[in-house]
Design a protein around this ligand. Structure first.
Ligand code: KG4
Ligand code: ZN
Length: 353
């Protein structure tokens, strides 16, 4: 029996979870409202908030799981990638705890953890859903990354496609910013899009070779589209609309604009995923990452699964955005595989798998 305490602090959520033999006993997440007023995450404020949150969040996870520190077999933490100041708080906390308790330390890659969130079993009392069998493909879509990952086992993961510029979450958030919506705008685009017509406005799909993605062209075309008050999405020497006209156009058409942007982001993602399935022949297909909370992506992904005969999997909603439960499950598999780190391990903003 192995009980893992896991800590996640890569961006602007402080989270702690406890799992025993892969079953999540608790998963606490403290968000940080402080960034809203700045329209994006301010790294220095994020690390300060992590310092305030980490002790109460870890305590809450232990209390909810009814676990004492002495019952913990190992401490897993997010080592990379992320904001370095944020990562450092979780990493140093985990290392201190490991030293004080004389328990092994497990360094976890945040993006691998998003993928393995698909393996988290249902909570006690909830209906179990089938888990992906190996090998499987995972489309991981978050605020900082967009990847297609081939997963041979819980500890053998390979990135086979990724974005060459913006991530899908950034595409949502930057589009929302252009529309004057607050940060993070992804969930707001999702909400407005529910009332809108996704076929009303046309945004281009980029032609990127292989299994890679690009979203920066979409952002630029939305910028020009708004500056032309919807009449065109190409650059003009002089834009058609005044600032007032642009705002009026947005106000009068917000649901259709959001639905059309969302339609294009989702089609870029799922067309590449289909290509990956066709090239690899792997039909076990998962979604992961914060953007997999998007209602249109979830729905269209499941529809494509039925259409093309894929076995589709999406983690429970609370395990899609950043959380420590996914660090715990990844830590658990690394524990079984004997993959421990010593106290010289450092947090890293960027790291290979
Ligand atoms: O995985 P995540 O929680 O954090 C990172 O590791 O980046 O992903 C956060 C991203 C943000 O860009 C946020 O706008 C986006 O996920 N997101 C959504 C939705 N919920 C979260 N994007 C579109 N629709 C949503 N419902
Ligand atoms: Zn994430």
């Amino acid at each position: 029996m192995a009980t893992i305490l896991a800590i996640e602090s890569s961006c602007d959520e402080t989270s702690a979870a406890v799992c025993t033999d892969g079953r999540i006993l608790s998963n606490f997440i403290a968000g940080q409202q402080v960034h809203e007023q700045y329209g994006g995450v301010i790294p220095e404020l994020a690390s300060r908030a992590h310092m305030q949150n980490i002790v109460p969040v870890v305590k809450a996870a232990l209390v909810k799981s009814d676990c004492s520190l002495s019952a913990i077999d190992a401490i897993a933490f997010t080592q990379s990638p992320g904001l370095i100041g944020s990562l450092l708080v979780g990493a140093e906390f985990a290392k201190s705890l490991s030293l004080a308790l004389d328990k092994p330390l497990i360094a976890v890659h945040h993006m691998q953890a998003h993928v393995l969130a698909n393996l988290i079993p249902a909570a006690v009392g909830e209906k179990e859903t089938p888990k992906p069998s190996f090998p499987f493909l995972c489309l991981t879509v978050s605020g900082g990354h967009t990847q297609i990952v081939r997963c041979e086992s819980p500890t053998q993961l390979e990135v086979i496609g990724e974005t060459i510029d913006d991530a899908a979450g950034e595409a949502f958030d930057k589009s929302a910013k252009l529309l004057g919506l607050p940060y993070p705008g992804g969930p707001l685009i999702d909400r407005h899009a529910r009332e809108g017509d996704p076929t009303r406005f046309k945004f281009p799909e980029p032609k990127i070779p292989g299994l890679n993605f690009s979203f920066s062209g979409l952002k630029t075309s939305i910028l020009y589209f708004l500056q032309n008050a919807g009449t065109s999405n190409v650059y003009k020497e002089e834009f058609k609309a005044t600032v007032e006209e642009k705002h009026r156009f947005i106000n009068e058409n917000l649901p259709d604009i959001c639905a059309s942007i969302q339609y294009r982001i989702v089609s870029i993602l799922l067309n590449k995923l289909k290509k990956a399935v066709d090239e690899t022949g792997i039909k076990q297909v998962c979604l992961a990452g914060g953007v997999s909370a998007n209602s249109s992506l979830r729905k269209t992904f499941l529809e494509k699964g039925i259409q093309y005969g894929w076995k589709t999997h999406i983690p429970a909603f609370e395990y899609c955005t950043d959380n420590a439960a996914m660090i715990a499950i990844t830590g658990y598999y690394k524990f079984l595989n004997g993959q421990f780190s010593d106290l010289t391990v450092n947090a890293s903003a960027r790291a290979e798998w």
